[in-house]
Ligand binder design. Structure first.
Ligand SMILES: *Cc1c(COP(=O)(O)O)cnc(C)c1O
Length: 372
């Protein structure tokens, strides 16, 4: 039996009838113009889900990041600090606006940006710090929250992996000055190909985000420069329906991760279990930290078990960006980069498939870590 890394069709089948009927209502309503009820409904339900006052829906996670940096007035001479192991989309909009990006190394146990390393990069030009909730685990922002408030720096949660992740009962998106989400097709809240949002409790920032997202308009007047990063109404209609299922999807991901943790921990490869009882991961991906990754992944492939790497190259090693970071050393991130492997995290995985993944992974781990 083979088990793929991902199965988006299976995800779509769950709740298919309710998603289709909402899509049909949206289509038949022919209400695609602005202001748009489908979008307003989604923004209200997503803000409510995150426990914040405002959500601004966008065309993608990348658009949400661009919109955020524009609304914060980030431009040439400004600096943005983020995690060395994030996806390239976190930095692209800042670079496109002419800002400088500084990368902070990560904690080897949690894969999360070190708060101390991030603060060590702060200069008088730092406009925003963008901690990355890597793989769906909420970063601890206590120190950054205090220091960014004191220094007048905006704290932007990079929450694209983490819709529904919690700490002490608070949702991802409610810790920073604002937070950015993606509803891309592989994300825990998967949309129709593209989608994103920025959430915030700051009414002034929400107003600037809405203006930048709607050609600078408020009350029909073009008061400032703006652009259009808006979400499609069909996407908003679909996501409103899918959001109702997200708690169920997350519960299933967490249950599967729990089985994986118990099975793989004896091999010493679960370096980032969901260790606390006060936080809950959203498991965009389930990541193992394995020795001899090449051999390990060969064994998985031989046995038909899907796997992936998030991400195959760190941003400071990408051809487009490596020059910018050439003199810098990200020791922890680089060490992890050679060892990380993502395992199947499929909504609707059968028990038989789950047992197959567990037994093949255990066999492969026994081969590459014979001491255990
Ligand atoms: C997916 C992703 C993005 C970009 O989101 P899109 O919706 O694909 O534009 C940004 N940051 C991270 C960490 C992501 O995983």
């Amino acid at each position: 039996m083979t088990v793929p890394f991902r199965d988006l069709k299976r995800l779509h089948e769950i709740g298919r009838d309710s998603s289709r009927s909402r899509l049909e209502s949206a289509l038949d309503s022919a209400t695609f113009a602005r202001p748009n009820q489908w979008i307003e409904d989604f923004e209200a339900s997503y803000a409510d889900y995150c426990g914040v006052d405002h959500a601004v829906a966008t065309a993608s996670g990348t658009a949400a990041l661009m919109l955020t940096y524009l609304a914060l007035g980030i431009g040439p001479g400004d600096e943005v600090v983020t995690a060395a192991n994030t996806f390239v989309a976190t930095i692209e909009p800042a670079l496109a606006l002419g800002a400088t990006v500084r990368l902070a190394d990560v904690d080897p146990e949690t894969h999360l940006m070190s708060q101390e390393a991030a603060l060590a990069l702060v200069t008088p030009r730092t406009k925003a710090i963008v901690p990355f909730h890597a793989y769906g685990r909420l970063a601890d922002l206590s120190l950054l929250r205090r220091e960014t408030s004191r220094l007048g720096i905006t704290l932007v949660e990079e929450a694209c992996h983490a819709p529904g992740a919690t700490r002490n009962g608070r949702m991802a998106g409610s810790f920073g000055d604002c937070a950015v989400f993606s509803f891309g097709p592989t994300k825990p809240l998967a949309g129709l190909g593209e989608g994103g949002a920025v959430v915030t409790n700051d009414s002034q920032l929400a107003l600037r985000l809405r203006r930048w997202n709607d050609h600078g308009r408020t009350g029909g007047e073009h008061l400032e420069i703006g652009l259009n990063f808006r979400m499609h109404p069909m996407e908003a209609a679909y996501l409103t329906e899918r959001l109702k299922l997200l708690p169920e999807f997350l519960e299933e991901r967490r249950a599967l991760a729990h089985v994986y943790n118990d099975a793989f921990a004896p091999y010493g490869v679960v370096k980032n279990p969901d260790v606390t009882d006060y936080s809950a991961h959203s498991y965009y991906v389930y990541v193992l930290d394995v020795p001899e990754r090449r051999r390990f992944t060969e064994l998985l492939t031989e046995h038909g078990i899907g796997w992936d790497i998030h991400y195959p190259r760190a941003i400071y090693e990408l051809p487009a960006h490596q020059k910018m970071f050439a003199d810098l050393d990200f020791a922890n991130c680089s060490a992890l980069q050679r060892r990380i492997v993502s395992l199947p995290m499929i909504t609707g995985l059968t028990e038989l498939e789950r047992n197959q993944v567990v037994s093949c992974v255990c066999d492969a781990l026994a081969e590459v870590s014979p001491d255990h």
